[in-house]
Design a protein around this ligand. Structure first.
Ligand SMILES: C[S@@+](CC[C@H](N)C(=O)[O-])C[C@H]1O[C@@H](n2cnc3c(N)ncnc32)[C@H](O)[C@@H]1O
Length: 220
């Protein structure tokens, strides 16, 4: 999934993955598993309202998104005011950090952001990030995410579960076994599961026999 694929997606008026409100799993579980004393990494954040929800609740989310259209829309649609600072990265790339007292949004390729830029994280919220990537990119993603983790970290990871012969993705099918393989040092627990079949016409059109959204907690 290269930049162009996502850029085509962001050229459209609406994106199928974007939710009009904070994700119900996040709203339900954030207090139980995340502390307000620690920042929360939100990789591949799009223009997700999860960032707004977290900051309004007193958490400090740090989103990373490489598409300028997504970041600009996020800022405009939520009428946010940010200061910005830039960092250089390999291949003459620029990383831009938009920041205020309640959150940061990095306009950057996730794979180019290191601990030197953002520090390390005890809390990660991954919704439609890991499962947005094809199999060949999931191991590099998991490795890179691992490199940004502090000790005793917790990842809340949202996946989709469906019959592999009924849909090809994205969102890609990621099983609990794969999560265990990709995060071998983590303890993986399924926290919650709910069916999405009635949630969007897109899923009905595909005539899927099963489509569950699943929340995992990975602790280190
Ligand atoms: C399926 S969307 C999910 C967005 C968001 N997490 C949400 O829940 O709405 C995946 C996002 O990842 C972004 N993305 C893909 N690869 C990326 C990368 N290497 N670095 C940063 N962002 C990336 C895409 O532009 C897209 O906005």
């Amino acid at each position: 999934m290269e930049f162009e694929f996502w850029d085509n997606c962001w050229q459209r008026e609406s994106q199928p993955f974007h939710l009009a409100e904070a994700h119900t799993f996040l709203v339900t579980y954030v207090q139980q598993y995340f502390s307000k004393d620690e920042k929360i990494l939100v990789p591949l954040s799009g223009k997700s309202l999860d960032l707004v929800f977290l900051s309004e609740q007193g958490y400090y989310p740090i989103g990373i998104e490489f598409n300028p259209k997504a970041v600009n829309r996020f800022i405009q649609e939520n009428q946010l005011e940010f200061a910005s600072k830039s960092f250089s990265a390999p291949k003459d790339h620029q990383l831009v950090c938009y920041h205020n007292d309640t959150m940061e949004v990095w306009l950057a390729d996730f794979f180019e952001v290191t601990q030197d830029h953002i520090g390390s994280f005890k809390q990660v919220y991954d919704r439609a990030a890991f499962i947005a990537l094809p199999e060949s990119m999931r191991q590099p993603y998991a490795r890179h995410l691992n490199s940004l983790l502090a000790e005793n970290a917790t990842i809340l990871l949202v996946t989709m579960d469906y019959q592999p012969d009924e849909m090809s993705g994205p969102p890609f099918l990621v099983t609990s076994n794969e999560i265990k393989q990709q995060f071998p040092e983590g303890k993986v627990e399924e926290l919650c599961r709910c069916s999405l079949l009635d949630s969007h016409p897109r899923w009905k059109e595909l005539e899927l026999s099963r489509l569950d959204e699943v929340l995992y907690k990975i602790t280190f």
